[in-house]
Design a protein around this ligand. Structure first.
Ligand code: 2SA
Length: 492
């Protein structure tokens, strides 16, 4: 079916260049295209090559544990412990992982159609090449049966993913999130005494301070980030259906539980999962993604709040030299970084929520849906990282506008209705005359009218407060009616 009229087809479809012929490849995802620079730190740990590099680490460390044992020599009869040179050589497969390695793996996978088998063959090739590097007497080519010994692919995959995700979170995502919290905390302290008209339901309400409102976000975010910093990353290495079946059939004398635990905990720095089907159950991933999604939602709330403060004039934006706000309205500076952050947080949440929901289900002892799904963890965190970057940039480009803040407060003296009616209640309870129906009297005075400083003072004077209370109330202004907001900042 023609998707364009014939004339269009002739002028565009036939003669135009194919974008897919351009090198380097054109990206489908904006994370790998337009936003590549900002998302790149995630790709270092969560991308196809990063996963394969980590798979090599896991395969190699497993070989080293089997060959060198846990203090009592090799675990496998017929296998001598690796020399230091041999271990360095094997480990260099991961540390020297490069474009050439990626090509070699792709060549194997083109034949095997199995990504982990391709890694096994990649290591086999390296064992074959070893004598040319380590000398003719090198025994490594004979040790090919040691590669992937007693492993199912998921033994390698789950450990690799756990390490990839741990590094991406601890080295990239968490520091970026902490940078936002630190920025907010610094400004909460700076503006802890700066009064601000609060709005509940979008209507003027009891004033607060700008610093205290920022502190609320600091407190919320810190609670979630602490959970993420304490996150467990579970891993398993227990064979095709989690029974150590192949291990015990081949080498019944080995304490495989101890070996498995040593490998996951000590060698790879993860938390040992003793009980699984073929797959690690991914519950820890669901926990992590739910918490990050929660953080994303808090940040989305922040981005929208700041966007609305900018719209109100409470925050002013610093124009970027040379930048265009609107293509047609020259006066404008648009809050685009906050809008970009909102959109990317939404995309991240969509992916994270899907990952958290689907990764925890697998038919019987394994299906492969998790394999395909987990390939999107990098995108889920990448969209969040991009949002963090834009949010921080946006926050750094705004400052409070005192004139607007003061004007808002001065135009809303009716917010003092609350302290006056509450003081009337306290006076009534102490038996002072004329303090009945405090709420109704204040409402009568203030609702639906523009109220001035004079109106408030006159009203206070009509009431029989004791002198100290009357003075305290008379001294109140919308700008000073902020309770102990500034003190509360210390709790963030
Ligand atoms: O260790 C094994 O392989 C055991 C096997 N289970 C599997 N476990 C892990 N990976 C497997 C499995 N099966 C296939 N594959 C390979 O996974 C890749 C899936 O590709 P994609 O859908 O792109 O994520 C793709 O490369 C697949 O070839 C079983 O039979 O239980």
């Amino acid at each position: 079916m023609d998707i364009m009229p014939a004339a269009f087809t002739a002028s565009y479809m036939v003669v135009r260049m194919k974008l897919t012929d351009i090198t380097p490849a054109i990206a489908v995802s904006p994370l790998d295209g337009r936003y590549q620079r900002q998302a790149a730190p995630i790709a270092e740990y969560l991308s196809e090559p990063a996963l394969n590099r980590e798979r090599i680490v896991v395969e190699v460390e497993w070989m080293i544990l089997l060959a060198n044992g846990m203090g009592n020599g090799s675990l496998i009869p017929g296998v001598q412990p690796f020399t230091d040179e041999e271990m360095d050589y094997l480990r260099s497969l991961a540390t020297d992982f490069d474009a050439n390695s990626i090509e070699q793996l792709a060549a194997h996978e083109a034949i095997t159609h199995h990504d982990v088998k391709a890694v096994e063959y990649f290591i086999d090739d390296a064992l074959d090449r070893a004598p040319s590097v380590l000398g003719e007497n090198c025994d490594l080519p004979r040790l090919k049966p040691l590669v992937h010994f007693a492993c199912t692919s998921e033994d390698i995959n789950n450990l690799s993913y756990a390490r990839c995700i741990k590094q991406a979170i601890e080295l990239v995502w968490l520091p970026a999130a902490e940078a936002i919290v630190n920025h907010l905390a610094e400004h909460a302290e700076q503006y802890k005494d700066m009064p601000l008209l609060a709005l509940t339901h979008g209507q003027p309400a009891t004033p607060t301070t700008l610093g205290k409102e920022l502190s609320v976000y600091v407190y919320r975010l810190r609670r979630q980030l602490e959970r993420i910093a304490d996150q467990e990353y579970l891993g398993k290495i227990n064979g095709a259906t989690g029974t150590f079946g192949a291990h015990t059939a081949a080498l019944p004398q080995v304490d495989w539980i101890a070996v498995s635990r040593e490998f996951v905990e000590t060698r790879l720095g993860l938390t040992w999962n003793p009980l699984t089907t073929q797959i690690e159950s991914h519950d820890w991933q669901a926990e992590l993604y739910s918490t990050i999604s929660h953080v994303n939602h808090i940040l989305h709330n922040l981005a929208q709040d700041v966007w609305m403060y900018i719209s109100r004039g409470v925050f002013a934006q610093v124009p970027v030299k040379g930048a265009t706000g609107s293509s047609t309205m020259p006066h404008k500076v648009n809050p685009i970084r906050f809008e970009n952050a909102e959109a990317n947080l939404e995309l991240s949440c969509a992916l994270l929520d899907s990952l958290a929901a689907t990764l925890v289900e697998s038919r019987w002892q394994r299906d492969l849906t998790d394999s395909t799904t987990q390939r999107n963890i990098g995108s889920a965190l990448g969209y969040s990282l991009l949002a963090l970057d834009n949010l921080l940039g946006g926050l750094k480009s705004i400052h409070p506008n005192n004139l607007v803040i003061e004007r808002e407060l001065n135009e809303n003296w009716e917010v003092l209705g609350e302290p006056i009616q509450t003081a009337m209640r306290a006076a009534a309870l102490q038996g002072r005359a004329g303090m009945d129906k405090p709420y109704e009297k204040v409402k009568e005075l203030m609702r639906g009218h523009a109220i001035s400083k004079n109106d408030v003072e006159r009203f206070i004077d009509t009431l029989d407060f004791d002198e100290a209370t009357a003075q305290r109330l008379r001294a109140l202004t919308p700008a000073t009616y902020t309770g102990i907001a500034s003190t509360l900042v210390e709790f963030d």
